[in-house]
Design a protein around this ligand. Structure first.
Ligand code: C5P
Length: 345
């Protein structure tokens, strides 16, 4: 029997990197948002044993280094199942692009195996298995808007945010996430060194801007204030958030994503990735000039996304980017309901 799953991508609406922890991960705070762009993952289980990964894209690893491969053993053990697992990936998302493509593929394998064996694993077990395979997997067990804490694996569902038009620009640059984190650490060390050399506490404060824990606190306050606004609005209107994004300047009721943007969200990875790849700054600028109400690097990149007030504006931005030689597609963000409705269609 085989099961086909749409493996949707995510973008990060703000990403704040905290301290390097003793376990080698960095604390982080982010809001993940699933989008309609996806790979297709087909899972088949036959007699025998072993794992086989098929994908026409040569950049996709077919061995243990593929997260799909690594999730099979713990899932099969939890299901008490046996067999030869064959995974076929139709790759449309960029590899190492900051859209969580590989993580989404692995989570799709977990969901497909549950269907193949007609068994449901407890949510708690699924979250545990997903987190052990990668920081970006658990978010795909929730879909929609998701608050990500810990090293990104601790996830909480946000109230469903309205679907908005979105442009995904995928410059042909692969960025390794562990390397981007290491570059972030070097940046922190050099800022600290410069501050110490400056001698005076006031100069030092200017140079370091703030410590990782200060920045995490600021980010936490911004997320908290926004969430509190969302729930207060829900109480006032007495209904769930719904509808489409409206033009700039309108109230919080219609436009929760614009409200989030107004809190000043940022992706810290831009500070290490942009100086290395200045062409990405230009891509972000094109999106902003084309009318994006927010544009940012997703994860550690190199994908840059833009959020737009209408599909027409998003389509115009795609045309501009392509004219400038940057591959780009228009898509939409996915509410949690849409995510689960479309995943097995
Ligand atoms: O969890 P994942 O497999 O995606 O992490 C890959 C690597 O990225 C980690 O081994 C670590 O070096 C780095 N990382 C990190 N902090 C995070 C997430 C990942 O330093 N929050």
């Amino acid at each position: 029997m085989s099961v086909t799953v749409r493996s949707f991508a995510k973008i990060n609406l703000g990403l704040c990197i905290g301290s390097l922890r003793p376990d080698g991960f960095h604390d982080l705070r982010t809001i993940y948002q699933t989008i309609a762009l996806h790979d297709v993952v087909r899972v088949e289980v036959t007699r025998g044993g072993g794992i086989e990964i098929r994908c026409k894209d040569p950049r996709v690893p077919k061995d243990q280094s593929n997260t799909c491969y690594r999730i099979i053993e713990p899932v099969m053990a939890a299901l008490g199942a046996r067999g030869r697992v064959i995974i076929e990936i139709e790759k449309k998302l960029p590899v190492q692009g900051g859209l969580g493509g590989g993580s989404a593929n692995a989570l799709a394998v977990l969901l497909a195996l549950e269907r193949v064996f007609k068994k449901h694993l407890p949510d708690d077990d699924k979250l545990r298995i997903a987190a052990a395979v990668g920081s970006d997997l658990p978010l795909f067990l929730l879909g929609g808007g998701v608050l990500g804490l810990g090293h990104g694996e601790e996830v909480y569902p946000l109230p469903d945010l309205p679907s908005v038009a979105c442009v995904i620009a995928t410059p042909e640059i692969s960025i390794s996430t562990p390397k981007a984190f290491a570059d972030w650490d070097s940046l922190e060390v050099s800022a600290k060194g410069a501050a110490e050399r400056a001698g005076s506490p006031s100069k030092a404060a200017k140079l370091t801007a703030s410590t990782p824990s200060d920045r995490m606190l600021v980010c936490g306050r911004r997320f908290s204030a926004w969430l509190s606004g969302l729930s207060q609005n829900k109480i006032r209107t007495g209904k769930a958030l719904s509808g489409v994004l409206v033009a700039r300047g309108r109230g919080r009721a219609e436009n929760p994503l614009l409200d989030l943007v107004r809190t000043g969200i940022e992706n810290d990875f831009e500070r290490v990735v942009f100086p290395q790849y200045p062409e990405l700054i230009k891509v972000k600028r094109v999106l902003e000039e084309a009318g994006a109400f927010y544009a940012s690097l997703s994860g550690s990149g190199s994908t840059i996304y833009g959020l737009f007030a209408s599909r027409a504006a998003a389509a115009r931005a795609v045309a501009r980017l392509r004219k400038a030689g940057t591959p780009a597609v228009a898509t939409t963000t996915l509410t949690r309901q849409q995510y689960w409705k479309k995943i097995f269609d």
